[in-house]
Design a protein around this ligand. Structure first.
Ligand code: RP5
Length: 149
């Protein structure tokens, strides 16, 4: 994520990664405040065993796009809600990536779904994660009551 201030939202992502038993690392990597850290992280991510990168950032949210420019790993962007523009700035910065370097853009503050989507991607080559995800989806379905209280 781009900042410590993103962490309360990105904790939602951690929550589901833990439930699905997906190994992860949580790092603050800012495209503009720590560009060297970002380069180092992105260029070595695949070699370091990452299967997916989830980048949460707000405002002129170039983190996900910049990481995607440095690796061919799938990169999922989580646009953070912002005070001035309610996250529309973050959303458009991620959703409107120019042709050639795509990222998958989640909803504003969609950190939980980013974790679920990462699980789907990893599930393609890891049967254990796929079955954890399937089980979680079954439980979710069962938890939905037919009638409201
Ligand atoms: C972005 O700027 C971060 O991802 C964060 O969402 C936003 C504001 O950062 P802080 O000023 O709170 O550190 O880089």
């Amino acid at each position: 994520m781009g900042s410590q201030s993103d962490y309360p939202i990105m904790k939602d992502c951690e929550k589901i990664l833990k439930i699905l038993k997906i190994k992860y690392q949580v790092l603050i990597v800012s495209a503009h405040r720590t560009p060297k850290r970002m380069f180092q992280f992105a260029e070595s991510a695949e070699k370091n065993g990452f299967g997916v990168v989830i980048a949460g950032a707000g405002g002129a949210a170039h983190l996900a796009g910049m990481i995607a420019s440095l690796t061919t790993l799938p990169v999922l962007g989580v646009p953070m809600e912002t005070k001035k523009l309610k996250g529309l700035d973050s959303l458009l910065s991620m959703a409107q990536m120019p042709k050639g370097v795509p990222i998958g853009c989640l909803a504003i503050d969609g950190a939980f779904n980013a974790g679920l989507l990462a699980a789907s991607i990893i599930g393609n080559f890891d049967h254990k994660i796929k079955s954890n995800l399937e089980k979680w989806r079954r439980l979710q379905t069962q938890s939905i009551k037919k009638k409201p209280k």
